[in-house]
Design a protein around this ligand. Structure first.
Ligand SMILES: [Zn+2]
Ligand SMILES: [Zn+2]
Length: 146
C-alpha cells in the first residue's frame, strides 16, 4: 500500500498507509518540555500501521525524562539526530508530531481536540471550537499491545 503519511529524515523513513487513530493538540508538560512548544500536535497510529525502513539507525531515549520506565520512547536518527517518532514498548501505538518529525505538516489532518488541558496550566482554556479534555478524549481506547 502507498504511504498516506511520510515522516522521518533522509536516513530513516517513517510511513503509515492508514489514518491516525487519535489526533490531538497536546497540553501535557512532557510534550511542552520535549518540543518547546506551547501545544504539540500529536497523532497516534496503530503500532502495526507505522513502518520504519532503517530501524537499526534509531536511537531511543525515554520520552518522559522524569519517568524513564514509562512506555514511550523518543526515537531519533543516529546519523543526524532528527526526531523520528515516539515508540511504545507495549507495541500499542506509534506517535507522530507532524511539525517536528518530517511530515508534510500543512497537509496533515488538523487535531480534532485539545488534550491534557486543566486549570493548573495557568492559561486560558482553548476556545477554538474543538473539545477540551484534561486527558485523552474519553472515547479513546488503547489498542491491544503485542
Ligand atoms: Zn503531550
Ligand atoms: Zn537522519
Amino acid at each position: 500500500m502507498a504511504a498516506k503519511y511520510a515522516g522521518g529524515c533522509t536516513h530513516v523513513h517513517v510511513t503509515s498507509a492508514a489514518e491516525p487513530i487519535d489526533n490531538h493538540e497536546c497540553h501535557c508538560n512532557v510534550c511542552k518540555s520535549v518540543t518547546g512548544q506551547h501545544t504539540t500536535h500529536v497523532a497516534f497510529f496503530n503500532y502495526g500501521d507505522v513502518k520504519v525502513d532503517h530501524p537499526e539507525k534509531i536511537k531511543r531515549q525515554p520520552f518522559n525524562a522524569n519517568n524513564p520506565a514509562g512506555p514511550l520512547e523518543l526515537c531519533t536518527c543516529a546519523d543526524c539526530g532528527a526526531a523520528l517518532m515516539l515508540d511504545d514498548k507495549h507495541h500499542r501505538i506509534r506517535v507522530a508530531v507532524p511539525n517536528i518529525m518530517g511530515y508534510d505538516d500543512a497537509h496533515f489532518p488538523k487535531a480534532t481536540y485539545h488534550a491534557y488541558w486543566d486549570v493548573t496550566k495557568g492559561y486560558e482554556k482553548p476556545h477554538d471550537g474543538r473539545p477540551v479534555y484534561d486527558s485523552l478524549q474519553p472515547s479513546f481506547v488503547w489498542p491491544a499491545g503485542a
